[in-house]
Design a protein around this ligand. Structure first.
Ligand code: MN
Ligand code: MN
Ligand code: MN
Length: 282
């Protein structure tokens, strides 16, 4: 079985529509795919139709941006009920925070001599919410940097033009909403936050305290060492282990749907969770 529990569509900062994404998943031989757009679940209905037609099992997912102290983390929710009003309320708040942030980002870029960023970024955002990635694509296209990596070095990050803070949900609140919607909360790509080991452990202790149950052991940007460390943390904190490509864009050859390393032996896979029970009967 080929699993992938983390992917994006045009309903956030992915470049494929849910239809194209599910077709690609089928082409790549993915058996189980979670669509996890940033703070948005509006692509799930379209994805479900194509998943059914192509023999892919779609897991309803979302990736919620949260504050934990002064850190910004991403929490993936899997197996959620997209009609749950608690969850929808949380996502609606995030969407309005994102749209407000996009306006302020454009103003800040304008102060630094870059005109028309809002309209420019908007063109890359087909549906759903504006994110930093849309601004990055605009800046790249206008020649302000040679690649995406350089865009995020020069712009849109803390202390650089176009960076503004944003009011996200708290870790506690996001996990509570995911659980209220019948889902399982998973820490996305833990190695990407550059937390010290003691911070990481204190974050995971808080995460477990508020009901979090999973961690991406195989996550985007994780090297072999990250996988070793994360799988040990999963065992220590009694967390289920998830795998996700964090696919956004077919142009990015480093991330492909379903292309994830195998979980280390000692891990208990996330697909054992009751919330994902539809997988078990397959
Ligand atoms: Mn993204
Ligand atoms: Mn993320
Ligand atoms: Mn993601």
């Amino acid at each position: 079985m080929k699993y992938d529990f983390h992917s994006h569509s045009t309903f956030s900062d992915g470049t494929l529509t849910p239809t194209q994404l599910l077709q690609r998943a089928a082409d790549q031989g993915v058996d189980v795919l979670a669509l996890t757009d940033h703070d948005n679940i509006d692509g799930l209905a379209e994805a479900r139709v194509v998943a059914n037609d192509n023999g892919v099992l779609l897991i309803n997912g979302v990736e919620i941006s949260v504050h934990w102290g002064k850190h910004l983390l991403h929490i993936v929710g899997l197996g959620i009920d997209p009609d749950n009003t608690d969850l929808i309320e949380c996502l609606t708040q995030a969407q309005s925070a994102r749209s407000d942030r996009a306006q302020r980002m454009a103003k800040d870029l304008e102060r630094h001599g870059i005109e028309g960023a809002y309209e420019g970024a908007r063109e890359y955002c087909l549906q759903g919410n504006m994110s930093r990635t849309h601004f990055a694509r605009f800046l790249l296209d206008k020649g302000y940097a040679k690649d995406m990596k350089q865009v995020f070095k020069r712009y849109l990050v803390n202390g650089k033009p176009g960076y503004v803070s944003c009011e996200w949900a708290t870790l506690e609140n996001a996990v509570a909403r995911i659980k209220a919607a019948g889902g399982v909360a998973v820490v996305a790509h833990p190695a990407r936050y550059k937390l010290t080991m003691s911070k990481m452990k204190s974050m995971l202790a808080d995460f477990v305290d508020c009901g979090g149950e999973g961690i991406e052991v195989i996550g985007s940007g994780h090297n072999d060492n990250d996988i070793r460390i994360t799988s040990a943390l999963a065992t220590e904190y009694g967390l289920l282990s998830s795998v996700g490509s964090d696919f956004h864009d077919p142009q990015n050859g480093r991330r492909e749907l379903g292309r994830v390393a195998p979980l280390p032996e000692q891990c208990t896979p996330i697909w054992r969770h009751d919330a994902l029970e539809r997988i078990h009967s397959r």
